[in-house]
Design a protein around this ligand. Structure first.
Ligand SMILES: *[C@@H]1O[C@H](CO)[C@@H](O)[C@H](O)[C@H]1NC(C)=O
Ligand SMILES: *[C@@H]1O[C@H](CO)[C@@H](O)[C@H](O)[C@H]1NC(C)=O
Length: 483
């Protein structure tokens, strides 16, 4: 049965020249898929060991910040409700990310091996959070990640098991498959490392990045608020009244693909339909970020997503507009992006011949405004419904629960670990860091249980899904070449 459907699917994909039929294929595919620094010693509010460390955020001498973590942790009387809604499709990648440890489990030795790359260790014992810091982290990514975990514990008290987690907070995946290759047959067991993105050549376990709780250094608000702004921003300009071009704005210095994208900018000689703008964050900062106001970037019919150094947190902001997103073939994924489907949620652009590909997409959209709008709307609907903050927490919840099942030992508190809680993290913060924490704070237990996690993909279905995605990308490219 699956094969029959699959055969029809692929044949269908090959024959298609009509977007409508492509939708049917995608619906089918979905159908079969649905069956089938800052020094840590200061974070505790302990006195600064070295006054050379500038007290940016946390570190506040104890006399100013003597809040102690609560002595008792509330528990929740909400039980997993078997009639809860199913989790979004992308949650199923949790099983894929944890697959390397499914057989042997995670031993203390396996974890300890992650120390050489990790920035941060988070230990959760009976609802209390302890951290150990190994290396300095860019900006405050690590602190915000810890803040997010604390909020998760408030949302689902008593429901997050004891854990021992290693986090790597830089841009690129760090646990490379090639380093664990055993002959031609499989891999040895890699250290489990949580990271904000992954790619096909790494074993990093994907975890929601800090930006969901706000990015104070860039004045990007917590996701819940920004998401609302984006939804309103979508109503400001009717799609047909938007600029009929593909818009991108960001730091052009990050990554080759962005350098290449600049060449597609409009010039006196050429118009590829792209409007590309450089953003100097330092200048933006001085100007109070007015021009970078993300919710006011929905006034182009098309928006471009291009990776920077690795994944970019901007993807959710870009897809959140009703404008059709042109995604330049990404290498990296974050936790929700693997379930996005080309021509349903976005228009794929290859690395070769980028400028022409952008022009083709823009021309196609301007000639097929209804279809282009459908693609834009499918993406903003995905972001609006499936990337609600509740689901970000649910994703963390299920990921951590599935991970805990693999632990072969009982986590213990390392000697030099310090306890953190929302109260002591709030009390030490100032300015925008503080206001983002107040805004993103979870104030009490959830009134509903987490969504229901679907079982792993069966491998045939997963391969089919990946194949369908590839075919759709190829098909768009063929359409362009024959145009
Ligand atoms: C792209 O072209 C526009 C219009 O000429 C210009 O304002 C903008 O600065 C250019 N972008 C870059 C990155 O050079
Ligand atoms: C749960 O419900 C109560 C009462 O309706 C409300 O005050 C509280 O904010 C809700 N909690 C969450 C996390 O939504």
């Amino acid at each position: 049965m699956v094969f029959e459907v699959q055969g029809r699917l692929i044949q269908g994909v090959l024959q298609m020249h009509d977007i409508k039929r492509r939708y049917i294929t995608i619906a089918l595919a979905i159908f079969i898929l649905t069956i089938g620094w800052i020094n840590i010693s200061n974070m505790s509010g302990l006195p600064l060991r070295q006054s050379k460390v500038k007290p940016l955020d946390f570190p506040l001498p104890q006399k100013y910040c003597s809040v102690e973590c609560p002595s008792s942790i509330p528990s929740s009387n909400i039980h997993q409700d078997p009639s809860s809604e199913a989790c979004p499709e992308y949650f199923r990648w949790i099983h894929e990310d944890l697959r390397p440890w499914k057989g042997a489990g995670i031993t203390r030795e396996t974890i300890e091996a992650a120390k050489k790359v990790a920035h941060l260790r988070v230990i959760i014992i009976q609802g209390r959070v302890y951290i150990q810091k190994f290396k300095k982290v860019f900006q405050t990514r690590d602190i915000i990640t810890v803040w997010g975990i604390l909020q998760l514990l408030t949302l689902y008290p008593g429901k997050v098991p004891d854990l021992d987690l290693m986090f790597e907070c830089n841009d690129f995946p760090v646990i490379l498959k090639k380093d664990y290759q055993k002959g031609n047959s499989g891999y040895s067991i890699p250290p489990p490392v949580f990271h904000y993105c992954g790619d096909d050549s790494s074993f990093d376990i994907v975890f929601p990045d800090w930006s969901f709780w706000g990015w104070p250094e860039l004045n990007i608000r917590p996701w819940e608020f920004l998401k609302r702004d984006l939804e309103q921003g979508n109503h400001v300009t009717n799609w047909l009244d938007r600029n009929p071009y593909a818009y991108w704005k960001g730091n052009t210095k990050l990554g080759l693909a962005r350098q290449e994208l600049i060449r597609c900018n409009v010039s006196e000689k050429q118009d590829w339909g792209a409007r590309v703008f450089d953003m100097e964050w330092q200048n933006e900062k001085k100007r109070g970020f007015r021009t970078s106001d993300l919710a006011h970037q929905c006034d182009y019919r098309y928006k471009i997503y291009v990776e920077g150094k690795s994944w970019s947190v901007s993807e959710k902001y870009i897809l959140g507009c009703d404008s059709m997103t042109l995604i330049i073939a990404p290498q990296f994924y974050d936790f929700f992006t693997r379930s996005l489907i080309p021509t349903l949620h976005y228009w794929p652009i290859g690395h070769k011949d980028k400028c022409n590909a952008i022009k083709f997409a823009v021309d196609w959209g301007n000639q097929n405004p209804n279809k282009a709008q459908d693609i834009g709307k499918a993406a903003s609907k995905f972001i609006k419904e499936q990337l609600r903050m509740k689901f970000v927490y649910d994703y963390m919840f299920h990921l951590l629960n599935e991970y805990a099942k693999l632990l072969k030992y009982e986590p213990t508190i390392p000697d030099d670990a310090v306890e953190v809680c929302s109260d002591n993290m709030l009390c030490g913060a100032r300015g925008v860091r503080k206001s983002f924490r107040i805004d993103s704070r979870v104030n009490g237990p959830a009134n509903e249980s987490a969504c229901l996690l679907s079982p792993p993909f069966d491998q045939t279905t997963l391969q089919t899904f990946l194949m369908v995605k590839e075919k759709l990308i190829k098909e768009v490219e063929m359409m362009r070449q024959s145009s």
